[in-house]
Design a protein around this ligand. Structure first.
Ligand code: ATP
Ligand code: MG
Length: 246
């Protein structure tokens, strides 16, 4: 079958993928403005984890954050997410100060944490459904979104496995699906491909790029230069100092 746009549509799965993409575009139509870090310093006592960091991230852009272990990548992500108060400086999203994690989450700032942070007594599906319910999504819609997100990361066949029954890389994909299902306006992904094989890594990076294409602000911390090369821009952190790599 050929649709109105002239695309050949072969299966209902293709249609479902199109519907998902359209829903995402609707949800991300009005991100509202950039995420902006203005003079962020985080003093860890013996050292500065971040030293006067300035960064603007615009809607519709996919940005990589690189740098050696201990450079401050996770620290910057937590500050941008409103989860860690900087020693000095401010973060804004669409002109509003970001100071509180719960408020930031309600405003659409999502995070994929380094190390996954899944709830182990629950299944993969439940890990995704619970935050959706907390965001006021109705149960039937939450279940559909969770199933779709698991399909997107290649885990559509194992929705009811307990977290401990997933491998490390599969757990990482559940955590990615959990963040994607919330359709965040801002997606802060902290080394989201560190446990993945090359093929799965490509799928996940393409999913992150698609969020930005739909209008989201996407920031991905990574040690993987191939992943960084797929982003629109790359910023580099070294001992708390941020500079533009490309
Ligand atoms: N809770 C904490 N208390 C004190 N120092 C911390 C804390 N968390 C991180 N640090 C320090 O802040 C610096 C930056 O750490 P951060 O986790 O941001 O680095 P990173 O770039 O994400 O590293 P990796 O690539 O290993 O994840 C490190 O020197 C680390 O030891
Ligand atoms: Mg880190």
């Amino acid at each position: 079958m050929v649709n109105a746009e002239g695309f050949y549509v072969t299966t209902s799965e293709d249609q479902r993928a199109r519907d998902l993409r359209d829903d995402l575009r609707d949800d991300l139509r009005d991100v509202g403005g950039p995420v902006s870090a203005q003079g962020i310093t985080v003093d860890r006592g013996t050292m500065l984890a971040l030293d006067d960091v300035w960064l603007d991230l615009d809607p519709g852009t996919f940005t990589a954050l690189t740098g050696p272990s201990g450079a401050g990548k996770s620290t910057l992500i937590w500050v941008l997410a409103g989860a860690l108060a900087p020693t000095s400086g401010t973060v804004t999203f669409a002109g509003q100060p970001v100071t509180d994690r719960a408020r930031a989450a309600a405003d659409g700032i999502g995070i994929i944490a380094q190390g996954n942070a899944l709830a182990t007594p629950m299944t993969g599906l439940e890990n995704i459904v619970v935050p959706l319910l907390a965001h006021g999504i109705r149960p039937a819609e939450a279940r559909l979104r969770a199933e779709s997100a698991l399909e997107q990361v290649g885990l559509g066949d194992s929705t009811n496995h307990l977290v401990e029954e997933f491998s490390g890389g599969q757990q990482q994909r559940v955590a990615i699906a959990r963040a994607l299902a919330l359709r965040p306006k801002v997606l802060l992904a902290d080394e989201p491909t560190s446990d993945l094989d090359a093929g799965t890594r490509e799928t996940i990076v393409a999913l992150l790029a698609a969020q930005a294409d739909a209008g989201a602000i996407v920031l991905m911390a990574t040690h993987d230069q191939w992943c960084a090369d797929q982003a629109d821009a790359e910023w580099h952190l070294d001992e708390g100092h941020l500079s533009r790599a490309r």
